[in-house]
Design a protein around this ligand. Structure first.
Ligand code: HEM
Length: 401
């Protein structure tokens, strides 16, 4: 079958449409059933929506390349920044092996105590009040400080680092590219990180920056370490990948649990259900539901040939609601047993920070339920975030009894 004969009928989907983005599940359901290889004429992209198709595409990096990035608006040109998320194997795998020597599970586990303390620090002031903004006062504040802690940013610079992070990710309304403020914050963070690297070379510490400067791997050319540029771009990647996503996960946590008070009551009564609830939240409303790829060669999916040099969106958020993979997928069930979901991608680029994201989610939710087992939201007060890759809310006022 050729592009022309892909029958997408009356289905319309694009990730920029605010109205669709408010609740994309109905259109994703139709795409899975009627147009599993969907073609969007206006923005000229294909979209895969079934679990197995998305899963297979993530594993076929030779066909579905990351070299053009993951954002729809930039998929028509290669990305210049030397970040591993924009590289394909084998180049990607060499860099990932190196950073993985420093970004270890043990290092992530050691953050548990400080994350617990941060959750207490952010939430305690709201005890006995009538409410607070779950994202602005908590969910958006926690992730950049955790990344700073992981890297070894001194406590005195915590707020500075967080402000740069906010500016780096900020997009003016209607703009998809970073503005001058974001570019300036990127430069400031770049220089700051270079200075941190120099300082850690002089005085090593028990932090990620020190570990990154020391990490070595043996490859065909001999022993290799990270260049300074690679360390700095990795820090910028962590800031980009590990802040916005976790903030959106926490926004969904407040919203989905308020919409499902019976499930929340189960969690409040039995905190051992919290890790499973985070997994279900990740499945139910993926914070990064759309991930772009660029095809290097023609590929056939569900009888449709996607030509070489096509933009393809992998719809994680739809794959996670595919009834071929999950029983009763539109039911939010904190006791669901989940074998696999695609919220963190899969294959070569599987999210490096998945364990950290899960831990942040778990500690944030447990800390919330301990203090505030019940809250209400007013749907009209929610402020959605609009980007082509991330979905969630930038403001979720919660009303306490
Ligand atoms: C709920 C939170 C998170 C979600 C939903 C999420 C989602 C994802 C997804 C879908 C990918 C795959 C991208 C692709 O295949 O193109 C990815 C990659 C990545 N994530 Fe996450 N992420 C989260 C949190 C984090 C955190 C906390 C960190 C860091 C501390 C992080 C660091 C990374 C990095 C470095 C990659 C690139 C891996 C590679 O290219 O090999 N993420 N993430």
């Amino acid at each position: 079958m050729s592009i022309e004969s892909v029958e997408t009928g009356s289905i319309y989907y694009d990730p920029y449409d605010y109205e669709i983005d408010r609740d994309p599940h109905p259109v994703w359901r139709r795409m899975r059933e009627e147009a599993p290889v969907y073609w969007n004429e206006r923005y000229e992209f294909f979209a895969l929506s079934r679990f197995q198709d998305v899963w297979d595409a993530y594993h076929d990096t030779a066909t579905f390349s990351s070299s053009h990035g993951v954002e729809l608006e930039r998929l028509d040109r290669p990305v210049e920044q030397p970040m591993m998320i924009f590289m394909d194997p084998p180049e990607h795998d060499r860099l990932r092996a190196l950073v993985s020597k420093a970004f270890t599970p043990g290092r992530v586990r050691r953050l548990e105590e400080s994350i617990t303390a941060l959750v207490d620090e952010y939430l305690d002031p709201f005890r006995g009040t009538s409410g607070f903004d779950f994202v602005r006062d908590f969910g958006a504040l926690l992730p950049p400080v955790v990344i700073g802690e992981l890297l070894g940013v001194p406590a005195a610079d915590r707020d500075l680092f967080r402000t740069w992070n906010d500016q780096l990710l900020h997009r003016e309304e209607g703009q998809t590219e970073p503005g001058e403020e974001a570019a300036e914050a990127g430069r400031a963070m770049f220089l700051y990180t270079l200075e941190m690297i120099a300082e850690r070379r002089r005085r090593p510490r028990e932090d990620l920056i020190t570990a990154l400067t020391r990490a070595e791997v043996q490859d065909a050319g001999g022993v290799r370490t990270l260049t300074e540029d690679e360390v700095v771009f990795f820090v910028l990647l962590l800031a980009g990948a590990g802040v916005e996503t976790v903030a959106r996960l926490l926004s969904w946590t407040a919203v989905v649990l308020a919409r499902n008070p019976d499930q929340r009551a189960l969690l409040a009564a039995d905190p051992s259900l919290v890790p499973g609830a985070i997994e279900e939240l990740l499945r139910f409303e993926a914070p990064s539901p759309v991930n772009g790829r660029w095809t290097t060669r023609p590929v056939e999916v569900q009888g449709v040939t996607i030509p070489a040099e096509s933009k393809v969106l992998l719809l994680n958020g739809s794959a996670n609601r595919d009834p071929r993979e999950f029983a009763d997928p539109d039911r939010f069930d904190v006791r669901r047993s989940i074998g696999r979901h695609i919220t963190f991608g899969f294959g070569a680029h599987f999210c490096l920070g998945a364990a950290l994201a899960r831990m942040e989610g778990r500690l944030a939710l447990a800390g919330t339920l301990r203090r505030f087992p019940v809250w209400e939201i007013d749907e009209s007060e929610l402020v959605p975030v609009h980007t082509s890759t991330v979905r969630g809310f930038s403001s979720v006022p919660v009303h306490l009894a």
